[in-house]
Design a binder for this molecule. Structure first.
Ligand SMILES: [Zn+2]
Length: 211
């Protein structure tokens, strides 16, 4: 129906119509298609906002039995202890204080002081971190799925205060077959004879003597 010449004529007609309509203001609808975009972009610029997280959304707020202020913990804990327990950090392998500790006693949460592991359940895993095949009581530790670093692990944290402890694996020795891989920085160790003497003291004071 239309050849090239007729199409070119049609285009010329449209251009001429646009010229005259915009010049004399007779047909606003023809010019509106061209000017609308300009008006929109000129009068309604796109507002770009910084893409930030709402305040406080980086930490899970859970109702733990014992809650400490971050300011207090920064004063009381070493930078490494704070990083590991509060920011889910990991100490370097073979660098922790208790990796090779073979003394009899109790390992407590360095933040709140609740007893977590007995030395009887500690074994040498060769991993570079203190390893236990069992906890003092099953209700002192919280287990959470951890998908960081592109793998699935089960994080262990203190049930009472939420401090990050480490992870649990299924390659431990008998009788449980579990391996609690725990950061030394999350623990305070109280030797057996000292444990009896400090039972009446507060958790905070016992931690300070350990640190
Ligand atoms: Zn704790």
């Amino acid at each position: 129906m239309f050849n090239c010449k007729s199409i070119i004529r049609l285009q010329l007609y449209l251009l001429l119509s646009l010229f005259y309509s915009s010049r004399f203001g007779e047909d606003i609808t023809v010019m509106s298609a061209f000017n609308l975009l300009h008006l929109v972009t000129k009068n309604q610029p796109i507002a770009l906002r910084a893409c930030g997280l709402p305040s406080g959304s980086c930490r899970d707020k859970k109702n733990y039995k014992v809650v400490f202020s971050q300011e207090e913990l920064k004063k009381r804990l070493t930078p490494l202890q704070y990083h590991v327990t509060q920011e889910k950090g990991t100490e370097s392998a073979f660098a922790g204080n208790y990796t090779d500790n073979k003394s009899d006693g109790t390992y407590k949460c360095v933040v709140c002081g609740i007893p977590l592991f007995k030395s009887e359940a500690k074994f040498d895993s060769g991993s570079g971190w203190p390893s236990f095949y069992d906890v003092i009581s099953p209700d002192v530790i919280t287990f959470t799925d951890d998908f960081s670093y592109g793998m699935h692990r089960v994080e262990t944290s203190c049930f009472q205060c939420g401090a990050h402890l480490g992870h649990i694996f299924d390659d431990g020795p008998h009788p449980t077959g579990k391996r609690y891989c725990i950061n030394s920085a999350s623990l305070s160790f109280v030797a057996k004879e000292m444990d009896c003497m400090q039972e009446e003291s507060s958790p905070a004071s016992s931690e300070k003597t350990e640190l």
